[in-house]
Design a protein around this ligand. Structure first.
Ligand code: PEP
Length: 258
């Protein structure tokens, strides 16, 4: 069986500007760094708002911590040009090694489609950024039993057209929308079941080797109180953490995953 390095990623969403972000990272980094250095099977990715990336990057350079990486929450797919308010993959790459793409809040509030997310995935891979591609069903789809169909379409369309090398290099975050920010996490059994299905769908497109190589995370109301169940599930390779990622609880989540 393949051993996949676990990932605990923190999606700070629209919280912590440069000053607060620097302070928070300086606070958590020593302990976070210690944990991931002692446990090489786990890594952590911090995803502050774009405007705080440089400040956080600077703190991370002053306290070198291999295993703690920096990610963006979004980016555009074009290289440069007249796209007011957007950030380009090459700009992200100057500071980051990863980027969250297609988060449900991007899809919901900013109308991102699978087609757009797919363009961003290709741009990220072109720039050697690790794409963390978010998928997941909403409440209505969950309640009407459409989860499998929704997941299948999102995987097929958001992750279309990868070559063999690229296919093994992505991260998927399964985030049921009904579990995001609600305090109602999916059970590990339920999340594990869908993640197993995602890997199966992925294997049908890109083969077993790629499907075994990719990391698939669970996201949705994860805290230090429930991370243990998710990490213990053989199909779940870590977590994408929202609310708890801007608190010291994030360090506890990483500790409990190690
Ligand atoms: C998220 O935003 O990706 C998320 C999982 O949020 P929360 O942990 O707050 O549910």
């Amino acid at each position: 069986t393949t051993v996949r390095t676990a990932i605990i990623a923190g999606n700070w969403k629209m919280n912590l500007g440069p000053q607060q972000a620097s302070r928070f990272v300086a606070e958590i980094l020593p302990e976070l760094g210690k944990i991931v250095q002692q446990h090489s099977h786990i890594m952590s990715i911090l995803c502050p708002p774009a405007i705080s990336l440089a400040a956080v990057h600077q703190v991370m350079q002053s306290v070198p911590t291999p295993g703690v990486e920096l990610g963006a929450q979004n980016m555009y797919f074009e290289d440069k040009g007249a796209f007011t308010g957007e950030i380009a993959p090459g700009m992200v790459k100057e500071l980051c090694s990863a980027v969250i793409l297609g988060h449900s809040e991007r899809r919901g509030y900013f109308h991102e489609t699978d087609e757009l997310v797919n363009k961003k995935v290709h741009a990220a891979l072109h720039y050697d950024l690790l794409p963390i591609v978010c998928i997941g069903e909403n409440t209505d789809q969950y309640e009407s039993g459409e989860t499998q169909a929704v997941i299948k379409a999102q995987v097929e369309q958001s992750l279309a057209g990868l070559n063999e090398e690229q296919a093994g290099k992505i991260v998927i975050a399964y985030e049921p929308i009904w579990a995001i920010g609600t305090g109602k996490a999916a059970s590990a059994t339920e999340a594990g079941h869908v993640i197993h299905l995602i890997r199966h769908i992925y294997a049908e497109i890109y083969g077993d080797t790629a499907a075994q190589a990719i990391r698939i995370l669970y996201g949705g109301s994860v805290t230090s109180a429930n991370i243990g169940e998710f990490i213990a599930h053989p199909d779940i390779d870590g977590g994408l953490i929202g609310g708890a990622s801007i608190k010291s609880d994030f360090v506890e989540i990483v500790r409990k995953s190690a």
